[in-house]
Design a protein around this ligand. Sequence first.
Ligand SMILES: N[C@@H](CCC(=O)N[C@@H](CS)C(=O)NCC(=O)O)C(=O)O
Length: 269
Amino acid sequence: MDKKLVFYDIAMRPPAEKSNSAVNPWKTRLALNFKSLPYSTNWVQLPDISNVRKSLSVPACRKFADGTDFHTLPILVDPTTSRKLGDSFDIAVYLQKQYPAGNDLFPPQSLDYVFSSDAAILIPLSKCDDGGYPQYARFNVNVDAAFTTHVGLMVQGLPFDPATAEEAKAEFVRRAGVSCWEDFAITGEQREKLSGSFRDMLGGLAKLFGGNGPFLLGERANYADLIVGAWLRMASKTLPADEWKLVREWHGGVFGRLHDALEIYAAVQ
Ligand SMILES: N[C@@H](CCC(=O)N[C@@H](CS)C(=O)NCC(=O)O)C(=O)O
């Protein structure tokens, strides 16, 4: 590698390197650090993502329910190969294939986890190429669906940058077809119910971490741990403190241990 990789992440409340809470950029950051690759972070404000993505000529990998493009991060640019990638799973596959030395993101394992629910997901998830790792691709889709079904618990806790908060919130309101930001609040009995469902969903996932941990395959992490770990990073930064404490403790503390064991890959470069 001649030059550092360039990683585009979402800037939340300053300092951005403390409040970064978007799950898919977290998957990429954890993967870059796991592979010990030198990179720099370009922080992008939420309302600027479309322009940045278009200016890099990276096509959208997600669509809104009405079929229009949904421009997202992460993006990774590799100046050494001139490659530009705009999906966290594609990025992980690229990193493993282009930079195979060191930690292996995709050791063989079955990752037998399927999430099914009747709850609708507001914005459809991306359909991605499995990159030659179908078990991991399927796991990514199922874990994303499992957490996205419960993301309502986290939305109100997103640490927006005050400079762009009103604009960003208005866009979230528009997409959801609700009338104001306060409509996202989930409280009382409704919150207890969703929180119970979140606990049960995590119980299903915890079964995969049945060994001595802290990772799926024991002492060495892989991309499947990073996928769950990225959602835990988002949860840690957006859930009310008492709820995050519960998540850490549920199911014998498996997710608290996983989150903490991934701390070594969470540094911001
Ligand atoms: N499949 C894509 C999804 C990326 C995605 O949904 N990114 C979200 C953050 S986690 C985003 O950029 N959202 C921008 C917005 O909501 O305006 C990936 O894995 O990279």
